[in-house]
Structures are given as structure tokens and as C-alpha cells.
Write a protein that binds this ligand. Structure first.
Ligand code: SAM
Length: 293
């Protein structure tokens, strides 16, 4: 079924309302192709009827399926390598120091959020690094670590929760050391160590929604997600992320994503090839223990 330009515009608006993703015009052919098989699965011949069903409150499952069709879930272990080196060498020791003086609601926990975690390679990479650190330093106890990983797509989340990866996923980004230490072969799958799997809590969170109930975080990774949003949505999400970060908390975005026009909320810092951001101290709620690096 061919989709008219007019229908494509309606779909773009609907997708923006559902998840903030900005479908650009150059994606027309790709989306048309993806939707064709999707529409045949749900046996809808009429695009308007499909759009109406999607917009209904009862269209939840249909919207879930559409999200799976629309989202790009590309990810890999230790993606871009250098941000994870920065995480190990700069962020963990710095937060560990801060935890000693913290007397707030986090109960001295080191809280990390991987927002837009896809099939789990990003939060599991973080969990392996934290486990390495706590084994070597003994000063950071695993029960002090909380890793939340979220995505809008329930299907990628269930794959992440399974902790199972196929051989092509395993070949991407994992050094032999991590593969040998943290994965077990089971049939044609590789299963991540239960200890690492249990370090990560997965939840479905749409970044378009209010997420202040999640509490405060020391580190937020929102990598290769903002690129799919338009300027306004990006701005909203960054403001909300700023609010859930502790003063001085760290934000990592994708290697090709640069945060501009947020000087009042974030300062940017560089470590080698990594640019990362830190929440600026709020004037009313400053934390004397936090200095810049
Ligand atoms: C390209 S993946 C990035 C995965 C990982 N962060 C990385 O850098 O390798 C982008 C993820 O963002 C998720 N996403 C897109 N829009 C979202 C939204 N509104 N709320 C939550 N997650 C969203 C997609 O489902 C997808 O899994």
C-alpha cells in the first residue's frame, strides 16, 4: 500500500506526539517500506483507519508496535570506547568521593541512569566497569550501586532483561577479557553473568513524560537518543534530565551530539576525546563538596 504525502505528514505528527521522534522527509521511503509489512500484519488496508485506531486509548498495543517500527535500536557494548574510559577513570572515583559526604535522599547510593538503553549493551557495559572497580578498589561496595536502564520500546527491553546476546552482538565492542569473565555460552546465545544482570533494573520510560519521580542521579547517559528528536523536544528532555541530576552530576550524550545553548544548566568538560557535561550548581541548593574536576 502506497502512503500519500498527506498521510505521511499525519503519521509524522502522531509519532511526534507519541514519543517525540522527529521523522524527517528523507525517511519517507524507509518508513513506507517498514509500514507496508506492519500494515499487512495488522490487516489494515486503510491508512486513515489505522491512524484513527492508533490515536484511541485502546490503541496502546498498536502504538507499541509502531514504536518498534519507528525507533532505531542500534547499539553495542562500550560504544565509542573513550566515554567508558572516562567513566572509569574520572567519574567513578569522583562520585565515590562525593558519596562519603552525602547525606541526602539517595542514601549514599551511586545512581546511574541509561536513558534510551535499547537492548542493554550500554547499561551492562557500565555495570561491568563498576564491578571491575569495586573488585579492585574494595571501597565501592556493589550494594551502593543502582543502575536504571530505560527505553520506550518494550520489545528491546525484554531482550535486554533476558541478558542474552547473539554472536554478532557479542563480537561488537566486547574485549576478550569481558567476554571470558562475564558471559557464558548457551546454545547459540551468550548469557551475561547473573551478578551483572542483577545490577541493572530495566523500566519502560518514555522521555516525553515527566520522570521526576525517578529521584536524583549522579550520572545520566542519554546517548544517541536526542538525535531523533526535534529542537524543542531535545530542549525539554535536557531540562528534565538537568532536574534529575544531583548538582555536579554527569551527563553523557552520543559522540555526535553536542549540547548547545545550555550554558546556564550544564558546564562542558573534555577528557581526551570525550566531551561530557555536568549540572551546574544551583544557587539555592549548592553543595560545598562539589568542585569542578
Ligand atoms: C540508537 S539507540 C541508542 C542506544 C544506546 N544509548 C547507545 O548509545 O548505544 C536509541 C534508543 O532510544 C530509544 N528511544 C527513542 N525515543 C525514545 C523516547 N521518547 N523515550 C525513551 N526512549 C526512546 C529507542 O527505542 C532506542 O532504543
Amino acid at each position: 500500500m502506497a502512503i500519500s504525502k498527506q498521510d505521511f505528514e499525519k503519521l509524522k505528527e502522531l509519532v511526534r506526539d507519541i514519543c517525540g521522534i522527529n521523522i524527517t522527509d528523507d525517511k519517507f521511503m524507509v518508513i513506507e517500506r517498514k509500514l507496508e509489512s506492519f500494515l499487512s500484519i495488522i490487516s489494515s488496508q486503510n491508512f486513515n483507519e489505522f491512524l484513527e485506531k492508533l490515536a484511541l486509548p485502546s490503541g496502546f498495543l498498536l502504538r507499541e508496535k509502531l514504536i518498534d517500527v519507528i525507533t532505531t535500536n542500534e547499539t553495542l557494548f562500550f560504544r565509542d570506547v573513550h566515554p567508558f574510559e572516562t567513566f572509569s577513570t574520572i567519574v567513578i572515583p569522583r562520585i565515590e568521593d562525593l558519596l562519603k559526604s552525602r547525606t541526602d535522599l539517595s542514601e549514599g547510593k551511586f545512581r546511574i541512569w541509561s536513558a534510551g538503553s535499547s537492548t542493554g549493551q550500554e547499561p551492562y557495559s557500565i555495570a561491568m566497569l563498576l564491578n571491575e572497580y569495586s573488585e579492585k578498589k574494595k571501597t565501592l561496595s556493589p550494594d551502593k550501586i543502582e543502575i536504571l536502564a530505560s527505553d520506550i520500546s518494550s520489545s528491546v527491553l525484554s531482550r535486554a532483561i533476558s541478558g542474552q546476546f547473539n554472536s554478532s552482538q557479542i563480537k561488537r565492542g566486547l574485549k576478550p577479557y569481558f567476554l571470558d569473565k562475564y558471559f557464558q555460552k548457551s546454545g547459540n546465545k551468550w548469557v551475561i553473568d547473573e551478578k551483572i544482570r542483577n545490577m541493572v533494573e530495566f523500566r519502560r520510560i518514555n522521555l516525553i513524560d515527566n520522570f521526576s519521580i525517578l529521584g536524583k542521579f549522579d550520572v545520566v547517559l542519554c546517548r544517541n537518543v536526542l538525535i531523533y528528536f526535534d529542537t524543542q523536544m531535545r530542549k525539554n528532555v535536557l531540562e528534565k534530565i538537568n532536574r534529575v541530576l544531583f548538582d555536579g552530576g554527569f551527563l553523557f550524550v552520543g559522540a555526535s551530539e553536542i549540547i548547545m545553548d545550555f550554558e546556564s544548566q550544564f558546564s562542558s568538560e573534555r577528557n581526551g576525546s570525550t566531551i561530557f557535561y555536568r549540572k551546574k550548581l544551583s544557587e539555592t541548593d549548592s553543595h560545598p563538596a562539589i568542585q569542578s574536576l
